[in-house]
Design a protein around this ligand. Structure first.
Ligand code: DOR
Ligand code: ZN
Length: 343
């Protein structure tokens, strides 16, 4: 049987929520990944070091006892974040970044940043303390077409941020367009990007052709085929600026299959398998290890993991749902066969 063994990977962009959902999803991530960057967009958001440390304990309590997993915490940037909190975060070994959500851009982003220029003093503090900034790069302007929001964000805000804070380490999260790939490629080495499995595997037809499919709806929304091809090329290029970040974002099935469905694809149940499928299709399985296990750790200045995971070329069928009854979560590729299986 064909197998692929790689250094144990990390997920550099993950939503695990809290409460019952956390208990359902945490084992899926911990069986594959040694560490994950945990997104802070809870209700209410995780804005302080003290809140992040409490959330971290809740996450650790949901990790099965036989698995070893380290949550890497982040703080949610708001217009009221203080430079004192940034200093405190930089001094805390468990906090690894701040996350910038433009207010209203996505799930639980209402407390995000409404005026990006107004938080420049905070970005200066992050640059000074060498604390990475993770960006959801979409404009929130109602007049801007949803498929253009990432590209317009780059021109309107990101270029200016990178010009003003040349030493700030930035991850342009979940890039979805040719323009974002080109921007990252043209930037200095401190500007990197994560890429999700859904943006490597699907184009926007997956959401809209042959009926509306809410489980493929996430933000930034999946774009047309030419953009997918640019993302595959970036992910499989061996360029250390691009690394794995699933953006696995669980929502209850009832809130996805809804007249106003939530944004987010749940992919943690099979994250590495989904990436393996995308890399194999591009004939680039030999590039998966560095993308999944090396480049993110290097960017965050953390040691690479020891230990390995092995994937087998064995087809298996993804369940229809995870979790029980009214707390069920529909995974990406529910009821479909995947070619790779984690041992
Ligand atoms: O689709 C998304 N879902 N995009 C995000 O940026 C947030 C995430 C969530 O938290 O559900
Ligand atoms: Zn996210």
């Amino acid at each position: 049987m064909k197998t692929l063994t790689i250094t144990r990977p990390d997920d550099w962009h993950l939503h695990v929520r809290n409460g019952a959902v956390l208990k359902t999803v945490m084992p899926h991530t911990a069986r594959q990944f040694a560490r994950a960057i945990i997104m802070p967009n809870l209700k209410p958001p995780v804005t302080t070091v003290a809140q992040a440390l409490i959330y971290r304990e809740e996450i650790l309590a949901a990790v099965p006892a036989d698995l070893d997993f380290t949550p890497l915490m982040t703080l949610y940037l708001t217009g009221s974040t203080t430079t004192a909190e940034i200093k405190k975060a930089a001094e805390c070994e468990h906090i690894h970044a701040f996350k910038l959500y433009p207010a209203g851009a996505t799930t639980n982003s209402d407390s995000g940043v409404a005026d990006i220029k107004a938080i420049y003093p905070l970005l200066a503090a992050m640059e000074r303390h060498d604390l990475p900034l993770l960006i959801h790069g979409e404009v929130t302007d109602d007049a801007c077409d949803i498929f253009d929001r990432e590209r317009v964000f780059i021109d309107t805000y990101l270029s200016d941020i990178t010009r003003n804070f040349p030493g700030l380490r930035i991850v342009v999260e979940h890039v979805t367009t040719t323009e974002a790939v080109q921007f990252v490629l043209a930037s200095t080495p401190n500007i990197a990007a994560t890429i999700t499995p859904q943006h490597l595997l699907f184009n926007r037809n997956a959401i809209l052709a042959g009926g509306i499919k809410p489980h493929y709806y996430c933000l930034p929304i999946i774009k047309r085929e030419s953009h997918r091809l640019a993302l595959v090329e970036a992910a499989t290029s061996g360029n250390p600026k691009f690394f794995l970040g699933t953006d696995s974002a669980p929502h209850l099935t009832s809130l996805k299959e809804n007249a106003c469905g939530c944004a987010g694809c749940y992919s943690a149940h099979a994250a590495l398998e989904l990436y393996a499928e995308a890399f194999e299709r591009a004939d680039a399985l030999n590039k998966l290890e560095a993308f999944a296990s090396f480049y993110g750790a290097d960017f965050y200045r953390l040691p690479r993991n020891s230990g390995t995971v092995t994937l087998e070329k064995t087809a298996w069928k993804v369940p229809a749902v995870y979790g029980k009854n009214d707390l069920s979560i529909t995974p990406l590729k529910a009821n479909e066969e995947l070619p790779w299986k984690l041992q």
